[in-house]
Design a protein around this ligand. Sequence first.
Ligand SMILES: Cc1cc2nc3c(=O)[nH]c(=O)nc-3n(C[C@H](O)[C@H](O)[C@H](O)COP(=O)(O)OP(=O)(O)OC[C@H]3O[C@@H](n4cnc5c(N)ncnc54)[C@H](O)[C@@H]3O)c2cc1C
Length: 420
Amino acid sequence: MLPHMRYSVFKVLRDGLTSNRHLQPAWRDAVPKPHYDIVIVGGGGHGMATAYYLAKVHGLTNIAVVEKGWIGGGNAGRNTTIIRSNYLLAANEPFYEWSMKLWEGLEQELNYNVMVSQSGIINLIHSDAQRDAYVRRGNAMILNGAGAKLLSREDVREHLPFLDFDNGRFPIKGGLQQPRAGTARHDAVVWGYARAASALGVDIIQNCEVVDFLFQDGRIAGVKTTRGDIKADKTALAVAGNTSRLTSKLGFRLPIESYVLQAFISEGLKPFIHGAFTFGAGHFYCSQSDKGELVFGGDIDGYNSYAQRGNLPVVEDVFEGGAALIPFLPRLRYLRQWAGICDMSMDGSPIMCVGPVPGLYLNAAWNYGGFKATPASGWCFAHTIARDEAHPLNKNFRIDRFRTGHLIDEKGVGAQPNLH
Ligand SMILES: Cc1cc2nc3c(=O)[nH]c(=O)nc-3n(C[C@H](O)[C@H](O)[C@H](O)COP(=O)(O)OP(=O)(O)OC[C@H]3O[C@@H](n4cnc5c(N)ncnc54)[C@H](O)[C@@H]3O)c2cc1C
């Protein structure tokens, strides 16, 4: 990044004193070249982070990120911004903990304010069985250096005094807290990676939809797009909910189903929630944005869809779950609701691997929890593409596990709702 482009307090002062006359676009909106070493399809968080780490860590800069709309217009800009590393299984926990570590230094790394706020997350406990499961998960987190605290009912009351602790059906019995978890400004993460990748020479090509693939000698040799053919030695997919659409052009089906997940925000309120909390038993989770809005969500919609909008029965379901936990929730006014397409795998864990077709690299199946994975996903996918082999942290995210039976069945994180 050229010195005059670095963001700092001095730059803010200089731009202010010169009426912003020297402001420059944060990244180049590139025109496609006929050939790249690597084409990454999908300008969400994962695609952009991959491009950045390919350039920064592996020194590969002849790269294009091809995005059918605008960067960050997919799930990256539609999620509820929660980041955490509170997983159980050995195949997942170290990966998400590495992501957490990257989040902790991301603003300095990218020289961009992605608004990481480590205000913590609490998973509420409503039954003895849930407590057993959370104790086990908390121990796995502690063993992996992620940190975890088991909270009593009274501890939870100190953090979240406004909850209905004595709800007849879902009395609150405690919680599992990860104090280092929190939130980050979702679309700023995409912009930050885009700016840093662009400064290293990566081409970011928006309004360019990949409609098919080019083949040569039995390998994928690039992509056909709405802006012409782009040849590439390596083609990497990071298109989240649209992955199965693109792989259908290659003649194979993935163990992924695309579902819509909705999110909601209320009117702004004075700050009263520090961190996020989840109500797995009632299918609801919530945090408060810096503007004061309650940001919350719940279940996926009940049918497969590629539409980025949700249906009304799930709206009702989410509000019912929320009202069982937060008695004043129905008295608030609601500003907006939106939806994104989630790529749900059959064991709830991601797929990140070389192949399954020569020349292709796959990054998918983030279910409804891929935002927190963004930095580690970019880091590991860049390694996988550059070296043609998985990084130790994603070696278990192979696609053939669905054939061999080596599933990563992370209960309560994948195909079950509310632990975003
Ligand atoms: C409502 C909601 C709430 C969520 N909350 C959380 C949360 O709190 N925490 C968490 O960790 N995760 C959360 N998630 C999940 C998370 O947002 C996703 O798993 C993650 O963003 C997916 O990776 P991505 O950012 O690369 O995807 P996306 O941003 O969807 O990027 C994929 C991109 O590919 C582009 N694309 C698709 N097809 C083509 C094509 N043919 N040609 C070119 N470009 C194409 C799309 O336009 C899109 O921009 C949530 C998701 C939703 C929908």
